[in-house]
Write a protein that binds this ligand. Structure first.
Ligand code: NDP
Length: 328
């Protein structure tokens, strides 16, 4: 029976174990497309899955990895044939369906997105779910009418994956970007990505004032909790904030004042079940609106086995930018 290398999570008496192992092809789950995986990534959710810090994994054994890029090996799905280059983000992969930290994946063809013309598989995973979510967040702001002429935009969790990609895209689109970080030592890094201003995230974790001084017309928030509440209270009249993360907590101790007195909107962003039309548009936009030099500057490459040591770092907020995992 053929085997392939994968990170494997098993249930243990106390919690779970995660290790690099040989996985049997017969254990792959149902799907109409088999993909030879070339690259995957480490996202915050992968960190939670591998460390077991949150109940992300809901089936054992599990191969974690919520995203992947690779080449179709076999397909009975009408849209895909052997040799096609594909991307996968979300749909429960790495949570309920065997995921991307593996040399092989069997998936539903309906989940896949074609690799955009001119983008390599490694670049796609340097972007990964974090970068694709940043694009979804920016597209939501645009649908709300936010534009560079309306004033600055804020990005929280700036030195993280979503934050770094959001800054690079927003600056290329012409926005004045205010980057909020807890790591002042990353100021140069953030300015090189395109941040016009870098602020200490402590400015956004003080006691909440329902309406504070208006500072930005829009924002991308990957932190949640009191940070998001404060960001909303500092948003200009008619502005909007895309909420996509919980790195600072899942609660939202906010006031309704920004909504009812300043017509501020809170836009929810989900990458996992996002409809195909929107995700394909996001990947097309990523191909054109993200500077490839900046993408390379925010990317670190690791081999598959290193996922195990990187996972705790991302959960602790110590990873800068994006981590791409070489599988093939
Ligand atoms: P990263 O760990 O790369 O980035 C998170 C950043 O948040 C950190 O780098 C840090 O930035 C900041 N941060 C971490 N801990 C805290 C804290 N306690 N208080 C305030 N800020 C903190 O993760 P990702 O970019 O991959 O993901 C970011 C968030 O977005 C996660 O919560 C993730 O689950 C979510 N997400 C949601 C998706 C969706 O579909 N909605 C898809 C992808 C991600 P700094 O040091 O600069 O302050």
């Amino acid at each position: 029976m053929a085997t392939f290398k994968a990170i494997r999570i098993d249930k243990a008496d106390k919690g779970q174990t995660a290790q690099l192992a040989d996985f049997d092809e017969s254990e792959l789950m149902e799907g109409d497309v088999t993909v030879r995986v070339a690259w995957s990534t480490v996202n915050y959710k992968d960190g939670l899955a591998v460390t077991g810090k949150a109940p992300v994994v809901r089936r054992f054994p599990m191969i974690p990895g919520i995203d992947l890029a690779g080449t179709v090996e076999a397909s009975s799905h009408p849209q895909w044939k052997a040799g096609d280059q594909v991307i996968l983000n979300g749909w429960g992969v790495g949570e309920t369906h065997l995921g991307g930290y593996a040399q092989r994946a069997r998936l539903k063809g309906d989940w896949l997105v074609p690799l955009p013309a001119g983008m390599g598989a490694r670049e796609a995973m340097a972007i990964g779910t974090a970068g694709y979510t940043a694009m979804l967040a920016i597209m939501a702001l645009e649908r709300h009418g936010i534009a560079p002429a309306r004033g600055p935009v804020v990005v929280t969790g700036a030195a993280g994956g979503v934050g770094s990609v959001a800054i690079a895209i927003l600056s290329k689109l012409g926005y004045h970007v205010v980057a909020s970080t807890g790591r002042p030592q990353e100021t140069d890094y953030l300015k090189k990505l395109g941040a016009a201003e870098v602020i200490d995230r402590a400015e956004l974790t003080g006691p909440l004032r329902p309406l504070a001084k208006e500072r930005w017309s829009g924002g991308v928030d990957s932190v949640g909790s009191l940070t998001l509440a404060n960001v909303l209270s500092m948003t200009k009249y008619g502005g909007a904030i895309s909420a996509c993360g919980l790195a600072g907590g899942m609660d939202l101790p906010a006031s309704v004042a920004p909504f009812i007195l300043r017509a501020v909107s809170l836009l929810g962003i989900d990458s996992v079940m996002c409809p195909q039309e929107i995700r394909r548009e996001a990947w097309r936009r990523l191909a054109s609106d993200l500077d490839r030099g900046k993408l390379e500057a925010l990317t670190t490459e690791v081999p598959l086995a290193e996922v195990l040591s990187v996972a705790p770092s991302i959960v602790e907020g110590r990873v800068r930018g994006r981590i791409v995992v070489k599988i093939g």
